[in-house]
Design a protein around this ligand. Structure first.
Ligand SMILES: [Zn+2]
Length: 464
């Protein structure tokens, strides 16, 4: 960011390049990823073979794979063999032009591997990754991607993850922060919650469920609780659960709305934690692709349910992103009217250049800078490079159009809008309504603004 403390005056000719530069250079906060720290061993995904077997690419590969390569056959192979097939099918036999393929190319170029890419030298690329020292590599990627820190997704009821947190928590780099994932609560999956409670020696009751959330919030010290809801999620839940006979209900346990109202919300209020929701993934639409996490489709979500939830619990801060392009306009309107709702990112099937551009323009037109433009949703460390590079370019260009289109605007960049959309206010907006936490996080956001951008002062633009 330019020195906004100076008296420099931008003109219509210079504001565009200045804004593109700001968006390219601002240090972002990545509010949702699936990255994990090196201390979590094989759960931390990094390197070329993980990049090539990212589920976007595996799904794409199956559209062109020879008929004899069945899903069963592919997933029975080693990671290395799978990666060979994807490389051959999408990068050697075809031009890598999809966004996911381009992402691999951008990533490798950013790591200085242009020659190996030009030669299609997968062995050379593997050799480069094998030489990296992991801790340094992590730091290098965050620095190159200009990501201050990323929020992980931490799932307490997955044993292979939980073992890294208790009895003793393994060290976590300061580049990663935590989020407590609680999909089974939003799904109303009482059976799996009971299993988790049993493992922790807690009562299989609503109080036990609350204790479970408190306990894991204590272990993670998360930025928020989060869930990706079922595609047909409704709030309040349709009458079925409510009308069940008592005996049936006792067997079925609690429904999603009850768990939300009586466990999740009270604990979030108590601990001043926001709730982040991801709406519109149709889980397991194509089960053949589930082994690589690529089997989900998209469904139009019920935005009215989200609005009802926010209205019912005005003291809780909700963060939301939706998967369906069809929901985006309605959601943006709801965000504009709902103080405790904050919109973030272009998720998965919306994380394509054409849709990011469209959404950024619409959101800026309707919300100004009161939203968080992007999150990466990375599963593999090095994806931070391409996901942010590509998004910065598109967001920057969309903002230039918003800021320089008629009528000529006279007071941009105060506070700097690149920072507003990609960094500091995201952190501030993670803060719940609770005063203490809000002050603490707002102060952090202020520090972030000052630290990166120098003192912020109003800079006026003149018409030429
Ligand atoms: Zn995700």
């Amino acid at each position: 960011m330019r020195n906004t403390g100076s008296q420099e005056v931008l003109t219509p000719e210079t504001v565009g390049p200045a804004l593109l530069e700001d968006v390219r250079d601002v240090e972002v906060i990545d509010v949702h990823t699936h990255l994990l720290p090196p201390s979590h061993g094989k759960l931390m995904l990094w390197g070329i073979d993980e990049l090539l077997t990212y589920h976007y690419l595996v799904s794409e590969y199956f559209m062109v794979a020879p008929a004899e390569i069945t899903h069963e056959l592919f997933f029975a192979k080693t990671k290395l063999e799978q990666s060979d097939l994807v490389w051959q099918g999408l990068f050697v036999e075809r031009s890598p032009i999809s966004e996911a393929c381009q992402g691999v190319i951008t990533t490798l170029q950013r790591l200085g591997l242009e020659r190996q890419v030009a030669d299609r030298d997968l062995r050379g690329i593997r050799a480069w990754f094998a030489q990296q020292s992991l801790d340094e590599h992590v730091e290098n990627i965050f620095r190159l991607a200009k990501v201050r820190y990323a929020v992980m997704t931490n799932i307490p009821y997955v044993e292979e993850e939980a073992q890294h947190w208790q009895p003793e928590a393994k060290p976590v780099t300061s580049r990663l922060r935590k989020a407590l994932r609680i999909d089974n609560f939003l799904k109303g999956d009482w059976a799996s919650i009971c299993e988790a409670l049993k493992k922790e020696g807690l009562d299989e009751t609503m109080d036990g469920a609350k204790e479970y959330l408190r306990k894991w919030a204590g272990i993670y010290k998360p930025e928020y609780m989060m869930a990706s809801t079922p595609h047909d999620w409704r709030y309040p839940e349709p009458a079925a659960a409510a009308s069940m006979k008592p005996l049936v209900k006792a067997y079925a346990g609690f429904g999603a709305s009850e768990l939300l109202e009586e466990a999740v919300v009270p604990v979030c209020e108590e601990l001043s934690l926001p709730i982040a929701l991801k709406l519109g993934a149709w889980r397991g639409m194509s089960p053949d692709l589930d082994p690589c996490c690529g089997g989900d489709g998209v469904a139009s979500a019920d935005v009215a349910s989200l609005q009802a939830l926010c209205a019912k619990f005005p003291k809780v801060k909700f963060l939301v992103t939706v998967l369906s392009r069809a929901n985006q306009h309605e959601l943006t309107v709801v965000c504009q009217k709902t103080r405790n709702l904050h919109l973030y990112g272009c998720w998965w099937y919306c994380n394509n250049p054409s849709i990011i551009e469209e959404l950024t323009k619409m959101r800026t037109e309707m919300l100004g800078t009161a939203y968080t433009a992007q999150h990466s949703d990375c599963r593999v460390l090095e994806q931070l490079l391409y996901k942010w590079d590509h998004s910065r370019q598109i967001i920057g260009e969309a903002l230039v159009i918003c800021l320089t289109g008629p009528p000529w605007i006279c007071f941009p960049l105060s506070p700097p809008c690149a920072c507003a959309l990609l960094s500091a206010p995201s952190e501030e907006r993670l803060a719940p309504h609770s005063r203490g936490a809000q002050t603490r996080l707002a102060a952090a956001a202020g520090r972030l603004l000052r630290g990166i951008h120098g003192p912020v002062s109003c800079k006026r633009l003149r018409r030429p």
